[in-house]
Design a protein around this ligand. Structure first.
Ligand code: PRP
Ligand code: MG
Length: 212
């Protein structure tokens, strides 16, 4: 039987809420321990657990048909990928932060500043409108530590509760964008899988209405 392939974040903040949404849609997924792939027993769906940053490329290549992913990841590297539904969870913002004691008046202060981030395109696009050129240092995780170890003057990362900034003596100075979990679809989805997606989307919309 044909199954739609959905990418879900392997570990991290979206993982549990994504699986909860599928469960609330009445879809039972048989999760073996440490398995990277699982099938639903009562819906034509297969779940692939992937790294966040890899998901846009998998969608583009049609390796997966759909994904539950942070909108911020699509803004960073998947602007060509369509959002099918906004899911209302994992809300956060993508912000610039500097050391708590640093003097900060405006974004002009960051001209030539070293900015540690996993979101280079987002930073460059935002800064372009102010004609400010940052010096990007690409880091894949634990970005907030960079100013404390002398690696950067500022950081750009996701802020949710703000606790990571607080713990690292940083203050949020620019809110670049807000984000939430979204359902995204491959530009190469087959007609057959589109039908399954329509059914899934119908269920998701019912669940989201019930949550309001
Ligand atoms: C994420 C993100 C921030 C933090 C924001 O990191 O990169 O560091 O969460 O959340 P908060 O405002 O509620 O503290 P995560 O802990 O997922 O780890 P990583 O950066 O190593 O991927
Ligand atoms: Mg982090």
């Amino acid at each position: 039987m044909n199954k739609i392939k959905i990418a879900v974040q392997k570990s991290g903040r979206l993982n549990q809420d994504s699986l909860k949404l599928l469960k609330d849609c009445g879809i039972s997924i048989d999760n073996g321990k440490d398995q990277l792939k699982a099938s639903a027993s009562n819906f034509p769906l297969e779940v692939l657990y992937l790294r966040n940053g890899d998901i846009p490329q998998y969608l583009r290549d049609g390796v997966v048909d759909i994904a539950i992913i942070g909108e911020n990841v699509l803004i960073e590297k998947g602007t060509d990928i369509a959002i099918v539904e906004r899911l209302g969870f994992s809300k956060c913002r993508v912000s610039i932060a500097v050391p708590k004691d640093a003097e900060y008046k405006s974004i002009q202060d960051l001209d030539g500043a070293r900015i540690a981030t996993s979101y280079p395109n987002t930073v460059l696009n935002y800064f372009k409108q102010f004609n400010v050129k940052p010096d990007i240092h690409l880091i894949n995780g634990s970005v907030e530590i960079a100013p404390n170890i002398g690696l950067a003057d500022a950081i750009c990362d996701i802020v949710s509760s703000g606790s990571t900034l607080f713990k690292n003596n940083l203050k949020e100075v620019e809110k670049m964008l807000t984000s939430e979990a979204v359902l995204a679809a491959s530009p190469n989805i087959s007609a057959e899988n589109q039908k399954i997606l329509d059914k899934l989307q119908f269920r998701i919309e019912s669940v989201l209405k019930g949550r309001k």
